[in-house]
Design a protein around this ligand. Structure first.
Ligand SMILES: Cc1cc2nc3c(=O)[nH]c(=O)nc-3n(C[C@H](O)[C@H](O)[C@H](O)COP(=O)(O)O)c2cc1C
Ligand code: SF4
Ligand code: SF4
Ligand code: SF4
Ligand code: FES
Length: 605
C-alpha cells in the first residue's frame, strides 16, 4: 500500500540522545490506536544538520519541520496534523535569523545556501534499508565502474574530478589512487579513516550513521581502481550507532551480492570489515591507524614509505577519509566535469562543516568550496547569539588556527585557509565572540594535543608540554613579555621538527592567536588583566546597575561572598570571592560583569 504521509524522525546521535527512538515508538503506538498506521510511513533517518533544534521531526508531503519534539507532543501531531491536516503551530521551527516560523523546511535559511553532495542522503533515507539507498541511485556508480570502465579509467575520472581528501590534508584523491594502483603486489588494501577525533567535529559520524552504503560503495570502487580485494573501516568505538549501522549495511550489501565474491558477475571480489579504535586522536594519523589495525600501539612512523607503497601488513594501501569516500559515487554518477564545476578551480566540490561555539545554528552543513566564511557564519549559522560581537573563528580544530573579522570574506578552500594561517582540517568550525579569551582558547587546544601526543618524538612530547606550562603561567598572572617570545620560538621549533602531523600542527592555535591577538596576551602579562573576563586569576566580578535584586547569585555563591536584600542591588565582597563565575551564570538579567572596564573602579574604590 502507498502511504499518504511520511514522518521522518532524526536518528542521528544528537537526536537519539534526546529520545528520538521513544518518539518513533510513540508515533507507532498512537497511529496504530487511531487506525492511521497503514496510511503513514515512519522513517528513522540520519542527521538533518540542524541538531540545535533536535529532536527533529519532518512531516511529508508538506515538509513541515517540527523542532524540539517530545514524546508528549506525538499525540497532538497525530490528531491535528495527520488526521485533520492542520500542522501543530507551536512546534513548527522558527528561523533563528529572523525568528519567523517557516512553513516548510526548504524555507529555512540554514539550508538555502547549502549544497548537499556528501550529505545527500543524510536525513533523506532510512540508513538501515539498502533498498532506500538503491532507490536514490545507490550502487549504480559501482555497477558502472565494474561493467563499463577499466580501473585506469576509474582513476582518470577521479583525477579529473579534482576531489581532494577531506580528512585534513587535501591531497588529490585520484593521484593517491594512482600511486596505489601502480604496485604489482597482488595484495592491497583500502582503508576508510573514520577515527574523527577533533573536538567538536562530527561530520564523518553523521555520514556513517545517515548513509553508510555510500562509503561501502566508494570503497569497493576504490578497491576496483587500485586492485584491492579487502577494505577496513577504522571507526572509533565511541561511535556505537555508526558502528552498528556500518555492520548492518555490510551484511545487507553482502546479501545483495554488492560486497563479497564476483560482484555484478564481473569476477571482482571485494569485502569490508569494521575495526574499532579506542579513541586516541593520534590513531587518525594514517600510519598510526595502520599500526593499530595490525594490533600494535597506535604510533605514527616516518613517511616515506607512504601507505600507497608500504601500508597495512607491508602491502600497498589506500587510506581515505569518510567524507572523501561519500563524494566518490557521485563523481561516477554525474561525471567528473559536473563535480569539477562545483567549488573553486583548485578545490572542487563541497565541504561539510560542524559549526559550533557562539553561533545561533549549531549543526552540520555542507557548502560549495568558495563560499565565504561570512556566509557560513552569518547566513547559514544565523550569526552570534545574545547580541555579542564576532571575534574569531577556529577552523581545522587543534591543528588549525583562528581567523579574524577582516578575513571573513575569504572564499573557503584548502589553499585560502592555509594562507590565513589556519587550515581546512576535517571540518570543525568553532565561532568565538567577545566573551572568549584567546589565550584561554589557545590553552584549551594545546591541552588537548599535549594529552593526545603519543610521546614518540621529543619536540612534540616535550615542546608542547613546555608551551602549555608557559600558557598556564600566563593565565595565572605570572607571565612575562619574554614568555611570549619563547612561545613563538618554541612553537616554530615544534612545528619544524616533530615526526607527524600532530606535532607539526599542534602549535598553530598558539601561533595564530599570538599573531592576531597579541594585545590580549600583553594584557595578561603586562596589565595582569584578562580582557574577556575568563581567566580567574586575572578577573574580578562586579554587580552592575542592571541588578533587580532577585537573590539568585547569593544563593549560588559557594563562599557566601554576595550580600543584598530582595529587590535591592547586590554586592560582591571581592576579598571573599574565589572567582568561580557561578553567580554570573545564575543571574537572569546578565547583571554580573567580569569585564575589566566594569570591575576596575570597584577594585580601586
Ligand atoms: C594527528 C592526526 C589525526 C588525524 N585524524 C584523522 C581523522 O580522524 N580522520 C581522517 O580522515 N584523517 C585524519 N588524519 C589524516 C590522515 O592521516 C590521512 O591523511 C587521511 O585519512 C587521508 O584521507 P583523505 O586523503 O581522504 O583526506 C589525521 C592526521 C593526523 C596527523
Ligand atoms: S609528533 Fe607527537 S604524536 Fe606525532 S609521533 Fe611525535 S610525539 Fe607522537
Ligand atoms: S564569582 Fe563565585 S565566589 Fe565570586 S561572588 Fe560569584 S559565585 Fe561567589
Ligand atoms: S542574580 Fe543578578 S539580578 Fe539577581 S541579585 Fe544577583 S546580580 Fe542581581
Ligand atoms: S542529530 Fe538530529 S538533527 Fe543532527
Amino acid at each position: 500500500m502507498l502511504e499518504r504521509m511520511q514522518i521522518l524522525m532524526c536518528g542521528g546521535t544528537g537526536c537519539l540522545s534526546s529520545h528520538s527512538k521513544d518518539i518513533r515508538a510513540e508515533f507507532d503506538k498512537v497511529l496504530t490506536e487511531m487506525g492511521l498506521r497503514e496510511e503513514v510511513q515512519l522513517v528513522m533517518t540520519g542527521c538533518f544538520g540542524l541538531c540545535e533544534k533536535g529532536p527533529v521531526v519532518i512531516v511529508y508531503p508538506d515538509e513541515t519541520f517540527y523542532s524540539h519534539v517530545t514524546v508528549a507532543d506525538v499525540h497532538e501531531i497525530c490528531e491535528e496534523h495527520v488526521l485533520k491536516g492542520r500542522p501543530v503551530e507551536r512546534l513548527i521551527v522558527k528561523d533563528p535569523v529572523d525568528k519567523q516560523k517557516v512553513k516548510n523546511f526548504g524555507e529555512l535559511k540554514f539550508y538555502s545556501k547549502q549544497k548537499r553532495i556528501a550529505l545527500r542522503n543524510c536525513g533523506n533515507i532510512n540508513p538501515l534499508e539498502i533498498d532506500e539507498y538503491i532507490a536514490k541511485d545507490g550502487y549504480q556508480a559501482l555497477g558502472k565502474c565494474l561493467t563499463e570502465m577499466k580501473p585506469l579509467e576509474v582513476i582518470d575520472w577521479m583525477k579529473r574530478s579534482g576531489l581532494r581528501g577531506r580528512g585534513g590534508g587535501g591531497f588529490p584523491t585520484g593521484q593517491k589512487w594512482e600511486f596505489a594502483s601502480k604496485s604489482n603486489d597482488p595484495i592491497k588494501y583500502v582503508i576508510c579513516n573514520a577515527d574523527e577525533g577533533d573536538p567538536g567535529a562530527f561530520m564523518d559520524r553523521a555520514v556513517l550513521e545517515g548513509d553508510p552504503h555510500s562509503v561501502l560503495e566508494a570503497m569497493a570502487i576504490c578497491g576496483y581502481a587500485i586492485g584491492a580485494h579487502q577494505g577496513y573501516i577504522y571507526c572509533r568505538a565511541e561511535y556505537p550507532v555508526a558502528v552498528e549501522r556500518l555492520n548492518h549495511a555490510i551484511g545487507q550489501a553482502r546479501g545483495y551480492g554488492l560486497l563479497g565474491a564476483n560482484i555484478f558477475n564481473t569476477g571482482f571480489d571485494f569485502d569490508i570489515e569494521v575495526r574499532l579504535g579506542a579513541g586516541a586522536f593520534v590513531c587518525g594519523e594514517e600510519t598510526a591507524l595502520m599500526a593499530s589495525i595490525e594490533g600494535f600501539r597506535g604510533m605514527p612512523r616516518l613517511k616515506p614509505p607512504f601507505p600507497a607503497v608500504k601500508g597495512l601488513w607491508g602491502h600497498p594501501t589506500n587510506v581515505n577519509n569518510v567524507e572523501t569516500f561519500a563524494n566518490v559515487p557521485v563523481v561516477y554518477l554525474k561525471g567528473p566535469d559536473w563535480f569539477k564545476a562545483i567549488g573553486t578551480p583548485k578545490s572542487s566540490g563541497t565541504k561539510v562543516f560542524a559549526l559550533g561555539g557562539k553561533i545561533a545554528n549549531t549543526g552540520l552543513l555542507e557548502v560549495p568550496m568558495g563560499t565565504t566564511l561570512r556566509e557560513v557564519i552569518f547566513d547559514i549559522g544565523g550569526g552570534i547569539p545574545n547580541k555579542r560581537r564576532f571575534k574569531a573563528v577556529q577552523t581545522g580544530g587543534p591543528s588549525g588556527g583562528c581567523i579574524t573579522e577582516k578575513s571573513l570574506d575569504t572564499p573557503i578552500d584548502f589553499d585560502n585557509l592555509v594562507a590565513l594561517g589556519s587550515m581546512m582540517g576535517s571540518g570543525g568550525m568553532i565561532v568565538m565572540d567577545e566573551d572568549n579569551c584567546m589565550v584561554d582558547v589557545a590553552r584549551f587546544y594545546l591541552d588537548f594535543t599535549v594529552d593526545e601526543s603519543c610521546g614518540k618524538c621529543t619536540p612534540c612530547r616535550e615542546g608542547t608540554r613546555r608551551m602549555l606550562d608557559i600558557l598556564n603561567k600566563i593565565v595565572k598572572g605570572d607571565g612575562t613579555l619574554e614568555d611570549l617570545d619563547t612561545l613563538e620560538t618554541l612553537g616554530n621549533m615544534v612545528k619544524d621538527t616533530s615526526l607527524c602531523g600532530l606535532g607539526q600542527t599542534a602549535p598553530n592555535p598558539v601561533l595564530s592567536t599570538l599573531k592576531h591577538f597579541r594585545d590580549e596576551y600583553v594584557a595578561h602579562v603586562v596589565d595582569k588583566v584578562c580582557p574577556a573576563g575568563v581567566c580567574a586569576a586575572l578577573t574580578n566580578y562586579v554587580i552592575t546597575d542592571k541588578c533587580i535584586g532577585c537573590t539568585k547569585c547569593a544563593k549560588n555563591c559557594p563562599v557566601g561572598a554576595i550580600q543584598g536584600s530582595v529587590k535591592q542591588k547586590h554586592k560582591i565582597d571581592l576579598e571573599k570571592c574565589i572567582r568561580c563565575g557561578a553567580c554570573k551564570k545564575a543571574c537572569p538579567v546578565n547583571a554580573i560583569s567580569s569585564k575589566p572596564e566594569d570591575w576596575r573602579n570597584a577594585v580601586r574604590g
